[in-house]
Design a protein around this ligand. Structure first.
Ligand code: TYC
Length: 101
């Protein structure tokens, strides 16, 4: 910004410093069908088909994959909701959360 000599009247509050983000992580298993994982990612995390397929395949081959990043409460809520939805359909699919470094 140009040096005008005027001070900002509104102090900015560094909210992000107090609210570290948390990752929602998709964990692989041997039972949940690939198509179900993709459908759930699309429905619960609003990711497009192609991205959902990449996330699913990454978890499938590497063991886990980051789906998205949110504040702690939202990440936990979304991970629990998605896990419960899968369990309600009889699949052992698991979403976990962890703080972003
Ligand atoms: N491994 C599963 C299968 O072969 C598919 C799958 C992918 C399951 C990713 C979970 O997080 C997962 N049917």
């Amino acid at each position: 910004m140009a040096e005008t000599g005027t001070k900002p009247r509104i102090k900015s509050v560094p909210k992000t410093a107090k609210r570290p983000l948390h990752k929602v992580i998709l964990v692989n298993d041997d039972f949940t069908p690939r198509e179900f994982v993709v459908r759930l990612l699309k429905a619960e995390f609003r990711v497009p088909e192609a991205q959902a397929a990449v996330i699913m395949l990454t978890a499938h081959t590497k063991g886990a994959c980051v789906v998205a990043v949110f504040t702690k409460e939202i990440a936990e809520e979304k991970a629990n909701r998605a896990t419960e939805l899968a369990r309600s359909q009889g699949f052992p699919l698991l979403f976990t959360t962890e703080p972003e470094e």
